[in-house]
Design a protein around this ligand. Structure first.
Ligand code: AMP
Length: 215
């Protein structure tokens, strides 16, 4: 049983690490970004409200995100714990999250904070591509599909997410610095912060995280 939050700038590999941590600890991986994207794709009322903010690299209003997190935490699988990926992103979200946990008698164990150089991340993110059908990830430099624009796995269209263009990526960093970075101090004060210097590939970073969590 573990309850964790994964913090870090956009493009730091949170999604990749989250999948591994969730598997290792046998807990659900809750990505507010994934949930929001699914809602946008399905054109639900939440998706229709969120789309404009997401495409511009801005944060979706706290109230919308808090409602979806509250609902998700009530699902059965969260009894085993959870790993939050991409939430909380603002001080009001962190405070509301504390309240939600208190009401449900849950306590957060760790906040894993991945730290990476910003310029390196911008290069990584603007090269990112993804399959529109199955979500398989690609990168124009490091992991291109065999045939440009076509998914190796399912033949779907490989495209650039609207929030991965350079202007949007720069804005997402600005949003991160102004709104999310202060949360590291908040969780450090609460004695929950586990800082991780991200060096090397995903395997190495995962090992660093595991060692830090087990320490
Ligand atoms: P992500 O995949 O986590 O980078 O999220 C993609 C986009 O979804 C973000 O740029 C925001 O527009 C929105 N989003 C995801 N999580 C949150 C959150 N906790 N608060 C506000 N907006 C969010």
């Amino acid at each position: 049983m573990a309850r964790m939050v994964l913090l870090g700038p956009p493009g730091a590999g949170k999604g990749t690490q989250a999948v591994r941590i969730a598997e290792k600890y046998q807990i659900p991986h809750i990505s507010t970004g994934d949930i929001l994207r699914k809602n946008v794709k399905a054109q639900t009322p939440l998706g229709l409200k969120a789309k404009e903010y997401m495409d511009a690299g801005n944060l979706v209003p706290d109230a919308l995100v808090l409602d979806l997190v509250k609902a998700r935490l009530q699902e059965e699988d969260c009894k085993a714990g959870f790993l939050m990926d991409g939430f909380p992103r603002t001080a009001p979200q962190a405070e509301a999250f504390d309240e939600i946990l208190k009401e449900t008698n849950m306590e957060l164990d760790f906040v894993v904070d991945i730290r990476v150089d910003e310029e390196e991340l911008i290069g990584r993110m603007t090269g990112r591509r993804v399959c529109r059908e199955c979500g398989a990830p690609y990168h124009v430099k490091t992991m291109p599909p065999k045939q440009e624009g076509v998914c190796d796995l399912c033949g779907g269209e490989v495209y650039q997410r609207a929030d991965d263009t350079e202007a949007t990526v720069r804005n997402r960093f600005k949003v991160y610095r102004e709104q999310t970075l202060p949360l590291t101090a908040y969780y450090e004060k609460a004695g929950k912060l586990v800082p991780i210097e991200s060096e090397g590939g995903p395997d190495q970073v995962f090992q660093i995280i595991l060692s830090a969590l087990e320490a």
